[in-house]
Every structure is written in C-alpha cells, then in structure tokens.
Ligand binder design. Structure first.
Ligand SMILES: Cc1cc2nc3c(=O)[nH]c(=O)nc-3n(C[C@H](O)[C@H](O)[C@H](O)COP(=O)(O)OP(=O)(O)OC[C@H]3O[C@@H](n4cnc5c(N)ncnc54)[C@H](O)[C@@H]3O)c2cc1C
Length: 383
C-alpha cells in the first residue's frame, strides 16, 4: 500500500524548512518538495539579519518586534556557528528623526524582548569614532546591536536536521497539481510521482498567490503583495566590524553591513512588482543606494564600484498601505473541507520568525493530527 504522509510541504525556503524540522521532530511523517534548491529563493536574498526590526516600532508593531527580539536570542543560541551580533550605528540627522524618538525606539528595542546577552544601545560621539567613515557634520550617533546570519545555511541546517530525523525532501521538484481526497490530499509532482498526505502546507513564499490559484485552485480572500528589495555589493567601504543604519528623506532606511570579510552589503529598496520570478535590480534602485552612501560617507561611490547585486521579493500580506508600512508579520489561512483534509496557507513572515512560525503551525494543526508530540522542542535543540 502507498505510504501516506502526515504533512506535505510546498516550498523549501526558511519557513518550509523550519516546519519540516519541527514536525518530523514531533514524530510526524513529513514530505517537502522544492522546485529549485532548498534556500535558494527569497531566503538567500535577504539582508541576512536576525533582527527585531527597530523600524517596525514606528508602525506600532510591538508584538512582532517583541517576538522577533526573543527569536533573535533563541536563534543565536541554537545556531552559533552561523550567527554573530554586530553593532549598528544610526548617524543622527537634524532634518530626520529626532534624538528623542530614536532614544525612545532604542529603549523599547533594548527591553521589549526580555533578558538578552546582546549588548544594550548607547549614544556615541561621532567626532571621536567613525569620523574616518562619515561626513564631519554627523556628530551624534546611536549604537545598537543586531545579529548577522548566513541565511542560506540556516535553511540548509534545518533541512539537514529534518532529513536526519527521517523527513523526505525532494529538490528540483515542482508541485504541479493537487486533489483533495476523502481523507487528505493527492499531490502531483513534476517528476510524475503522486504523494498522499493527510495535511497540505503551502509555504511557497512569494509564489503563494500562484500556488493557491494555479496549483491548489481554491478561492481565498487573502493575498500577498510582491515588493522587490535589492542589495548592491561593493569592496568593503571601511575596515571596522560595524554596520550602519542610514536614514533617508523618504523615511526609509538603508543598511551597510560588513559582508564576507572583504565586502560591504548595501540595501535595501522597495519596489512593487507583478511577478515573483527572476527579480533583478533596476538602475533607479542602484542610484538610490549609491546616493544614500554618498550622503553619509566620506568615501564616494558610483556604479563602477558595484561588484555584484541581488534582489528578492518580500511576500508581504496585502493591506493596501505604503510598502514600508505593510506589516512584516505572518498570517495563516486554514482551509478545510467539512472539517477534513486541512490546507494551511502561510502568508508573509521573516527569516527571524521562522522557528516561532513553525511552532505556531504545529499548534494550529494539532486538532487534525492524532499522533503528534505536543511539546515544543526547537528552541533548545542546537541546529
Ligand atoms: C530584500 C529582502 C531583505 C530581507 N531581509 C530580511 C532580514 O534581514 N531578516 C529577516 O528576518 N527577513 C528578511 N527578509 C524576509 C525573508 O527573507 C523572507 O520573509 C523569507 O525568506 C521568506 O521565506 P519563505 O520560506 O516564505 O519563502 P522562500 O524562501 O521564497 O521559499 C519559498 C520556496 O517555495 C518554492 N516553491 C514555490 N512554488 C513551488 C511549487 N509549486 N513547488 C515546489 N516548490 C515551490 C520556491 O522555489 C521557494 O524556494 C527579507 C526579504 C527580502 C526580499
């Protein structure tokens, strides 16, 4: 008789990988199909930060920032080989956010997540420090810490752990069609196989609208907004192991982050797009990032300094706001047929929150899984 899996996951990005690991560790039979290589889409095109998201405080996203700060602590503990805290400097500009607002934001950032090993924020004198990097009119700055991560490895480590515990993971295999059966799902793969599973999870990231409409073919009132974010990479702009959070007139911020010892990673942008496929940076985005550097740094750069670029599509929950104000949180859309054959669509989410998201997925699905261990386990088990 054909094997029936408990959970089938579409997509091997950070969310699919995290769910696969969590579920198989609870004794469930898990199958994951990824149309490319695991972790090779959005989850490796990020700014590579496990962060609370200081900026989201301006949008009053206290719940998301608190959860993210707690996760920053957890992920630093379970994946020490691929994470490192680094200081971020916000140069203060009189025309932009006031000192009071920044201090208030940093006070919340230091305290919302509870106990942490990560150093607290402080005010710094930029005439004494980093005057070799910044224009001389930046005299006051603020320092806080966030965590840099190897995003692709984070996915791979979750996948490898899931495999070790018995999950079936297929790369270069696309889910092309699914059928809701009496008790579960028949899932058609582009290699001709049909997999049977009790539950279907759609973790297709920015391809979620496409999978809902063309693969699963159901109606839902949720949708995703596709917002491209691009980075440029230059030879390192300075030697210090410090990152910068640069504010722009449009209220957005741009990070400059030390990258792979020899480089600086500069991003990101926000451009609405119609398709998640083949994202790439436009000239306007390059100019926006270059201008930001030149407004702040003594060292001036031009398009010739760009060594490489990459772009990714943020899968943001559509709430019809300006891109920078759209929430970075996630929502689940549970779809049932007469209380049977569950389908869980995952909208949104960040690299930082993948582990908590995975736990919440298990909680949401627990009424439909009789054979699962309910105890959460991923917060304390090394990757
Ligand atoms: C520019 C940018 C910067 C970011 N910076 C940060 C950051 O610093 N910190 C942070 O926490 N978050 C950051 N994010 C957000 C974070 O990267 C994403 O939210 C996260 O990676 C999404 O993961 P995912 O698993 O949902 O999607 P993905 O990684 O895209 O995974 C979905 C997978 O589904 C696969 N798939 C789709 N359709 C099918 C199908 N039919 N069959 C099989 N497989 C399929 C795709 O190939 C893909 O690999 C950033 C995002 C962007 C775009």
């Amino acid at each position: 008789m054909k094997q029936v899996f408990d959970i089938f996951i579409i997509g091997g990005g950070i969310n699919g990988a995290g769910i696969a690991r969590d579920a198989v560790g609870r004794g469930l039979k898990v199958f994951l199909a990824e149309k490319g290589k695991v972790g090779s889409a959005t989850s490796s095109w990020s700014s590579k930060l496990i962060h609370g998201g200081l900026r989201y405080l301006e949008n009053y996203e206290f719940k998301l920032v608190r959860e993210s700060l707690k996760e920053r602590e957890v992920i630093t503990n379970i994946a020490p080989s691929i994470t490192r805290p680094i200081p971020f400097i916000i140069p203060h500009s009189k025309k932009l956010r006031s000192k009071l607002l920044i201090r208030l934001g940093l006070f919340l950032y230091d305290n919302l997540g509870g106990k942490t090993k990560i150093p607290k924020s402080s005010k710094i004198n930029l005439t004494k420090k980093y005057s070799n990097i910044l224009h001389s009119h930046f005299s006051v700055g603020f320092q806080y810490y966030d965590v840099q991560v190897d995003d692709k490895k984070l996915v791979e480590m979750n996948i490898n752990d899931a495999k070790k515990m018995g999950a079936s993971i297929l790369e270069n295999t696309k889910v092309i069609n699914v059928n809701r059966a009496e008790e579960g799902w028949d899932i058609n793969l582009d290699n001709g196989e049909i997999i049977k599973s009790k539950i279907l999870i759609n973790a297709a990231g920015p391809w979620i609208n496409e999978t809902v409409n063309n693969v699963i073919k159901i109606n839902t009132n949720k949708s995703i907004r596709l917002v491209r974010g691009s980075h440029i990479i230059t030879n390192k702009l300075y030697d210090e192991e410090v990152a910068f959070t640069l504010q722009n007139d449009d209220n957005r911020i741009v990070f400059v982050i030390p990258y792979k010892e020899q480089f600086s990673l500069i991003g990101t942008t926000e451009v609405d797009v119609n398709t998640p496929d083949n994202p790439s940076i436009s000239d306007d985005e390059k100019i926006y990032l270059i201008n930001t550097i030149n407004n702040y740094f003594v060292k001036q750069i031009s398009q010739q300094d760009i060594i490489d670029t990459y772009s990714g599509i943020r899968p943001l929950i559509e709430d019809f706001k300006e891109a920078s104000k759209v929430t970075r949180d996630y929502v689940f859309d549970l779809n049932l047929d007469n209380n049977r054959s569950p389908l869980l669509n995952i909208y949104g989410g960040k690299l930082t929150t993948y582990r908590k998201l995975s736990e919440k997925v298990m909680e949401e699905l627990s009424p439909y899984l009789s054979n699962t261990k309910t105890k959460n386990w991923t917060a304390s088990k090394q990757l």
